[in-house]
Ligand binder design. Structure first.
Ligand SMILES: *Cc1c(COP(=O)(O)O)cnc(C)c1O
Ligand SMILES: [Zn+2]
Length: 446
């Protein structure tokens, strides 16, 4: 099945269109772009996707991303022709998205105050580079390859660079990664080196690294694989497809994400808008975003903690309010500060897309402390699953919204655990301190 695709500005009153063969970050008026498809998609594809789980040695069926290739077919291949797929689609031997699907975790349910049958967690850390970023990086690199790109670039708190470097090296494409010096978990930095990327250290935080990398994109025409790249967000839609497939395409009441640059929640929003448009689901799950208290721009703006409540408003967003807020934080030297470095972001690049997602899904935004994230991360561990501190925000956020009654007793909740632990010192420190709720300190043998 061929899908005719194009790029379009997300702001309805602007709506500028571009061909998929163009690499650009913004429309000519500076707005973010979507990848769009001319046709809608028939529901019988659900059976096709399910059937591919019996993959018969075909890596594009084994991949939890490319198994859904009809719905992200911006490269406009005939997706049934496997030799054509092999020439076009970028995959790490089918490993992306292969192991991540919703799991029940009874101890997490107990921790958040829900029935075990009502909570699923999806460990996206079980991707080849150890985070959800692989879902989107396989599609971003597919687009880069389509365009004959020689070098990709990204700013990163660590996982984006690990993922970009992994796919780029496998494709023989160069990769520059800009990281905030001293703020990246050692396991993530190690991967960037190991996969042959050129690491560039920036004095400052992630927001500084992102603006430096986007300057480079403007200057040199380098190809960005940060989440403002709409082709990356296409791949991240498969996170939601896997949730939906596991639930036999009956939507849950809630889907939870941690909020950093807000690419992931934006991608989920676009995915849900499309599924609704195509008539694949009637009910729309509500998206819940969990910010760290130390990096809570979306929480503040969405909930009216700084002036009016910021809303998508059919694309007519009060951007002055956002600018005002950024001026206020800059003037008062308020820097994003959390030990969960993956979400230590003060100026989320996908703010507008996230607002669109929240509006369509009647979403909510909450915030949690580092201490709450530590407990959330640790209770996931007690179910035999591994996640990093930023992902611990999700059980912590569910617990909070359940206690506040925002989540009802009978609601079905799915939560995305975004990444694997890449700094072993984090759990070691936690467990050595007996004051921590789930601490499991060592003892002598006597
Ligand atoms: C990148 C990342 C996030 C933040 O995702 P956004 O799309 O930037 O909001 C959260 N957790 C982990 C582990 C990540 O790597
Ligand atoms: Zn525009």
């Amino acid at each position: 099945m061929k899908a005719e695709a194009y790029q379009q500005c997300i702001v309805p009153s602007c709506g500028l269109k571009y061909p998929v063969g163009e690499a650009r970050v913004y429309c000519a008026r500076g707005h973010l772009l979507d990848v769009r498809y001319k046709n809608s998609f028939p529901k019988y594809l659900k059976e096709v996707f399910y059937g591919r789980r019996n993959h018969g040695g075909n890596i594009y069926n084994e991949s939890g991303v490319w198994r859904f290739r009809e719905l992200i077919n911006f490269s406009q291949i005939n997706s049934e022709n496997l030799s054509q797929c092999a020439k076009v689609l970028v995959s790490l031997d089918g490993a992306e998205g292969r192991l991540s699907r919703p799991y029940k975790m009874t101890k997490v349910s107990e921790f958040v105050g829900m029935k075990p049958s009502k909570l699923f967690l999806q460990p996206e850390g079980y991707n080849p580079s150890g985070s959800f970023k692989d879902n989107g990086m396989s599609t971003a690199l597919t687009h880069a390859k389509m365009l004959g790109i020689k070098k990709v670039i990204c700013a990163s708190t660590g996982n984006t660079s690990a993922s970009a470097a992994m796919y780029a090296s496998n494709e023989g494409i160069e990769c520059d990664v800009l990281i905030p010096k001293g703020e990246v978990a050692p396991g993530k930095l190690g991967q960037a080196f190991q996969f042959g990327a050129q690491v560039i250290e920036i004095e400052g935080n992630f927001d500084d690294a992102l603006s430096a990398s986007l300057n480079e994109v403007k200057k040199s025409g380098a190809y960005t694989v940060n989440s403002i790249n709409p082709f990356r967000l296409e791949g991240q839609k498969t996170i939601v497809y896997r949730v939906m497939e596991h639930l036999k395409w009956e939507p849950p009441d809630w889907i939870f994400y941690p909020g950093g640059a807000l690419g992931n929640v934006s991608s989920a929003g676009k995915c849900l808008i499309e599924l609704h448009e195509w008539g694949w689901m009637k009910k729309v799950p509500r998206l819940a975003v969990v910010n760290s208290e130390g990096a809570n721009t979306l929480y503040n703006l969405y909930n009216g903690k700084y002036g009016a409540k910021l809303r998508w408003n059919d694309g007519d967003v009060d951007e002055e309010l956002i600018d005002d807020y950024y001026q206020y934080v800059d003037k008062n030297k308020i820097k994003p500060k959390t030990e969960a470095t993956a979400i230590q972001i003060g100026k989320p690049a996908n703010m507008l897309k996230a607002l669109r997602a929240l509006e369509f899904t009647k979403g909510v935004v909450t915030q949690v402390s580092d201490k709450e994230m530590y407990d959330g991360m640790s209770i996931v561990g007690l179910n035999g699953f591994d996640c990093e501190l930023a992902s611990g925000s999700v059980p912590a956020g569910i617990k909070k919204l359940r206690a506040e009654g925002v989540i009802a007793n009978d609601d079905l909740v799915v939560a995305i655990l975004t990444g694997r632990q890449k700094d072993p010192n984090v759990p070691v420190r936690y467990h050595l301190d007996p004051n921590n709720r789930f601490a499991n300190p060592p003892k002598g043998y006597n």
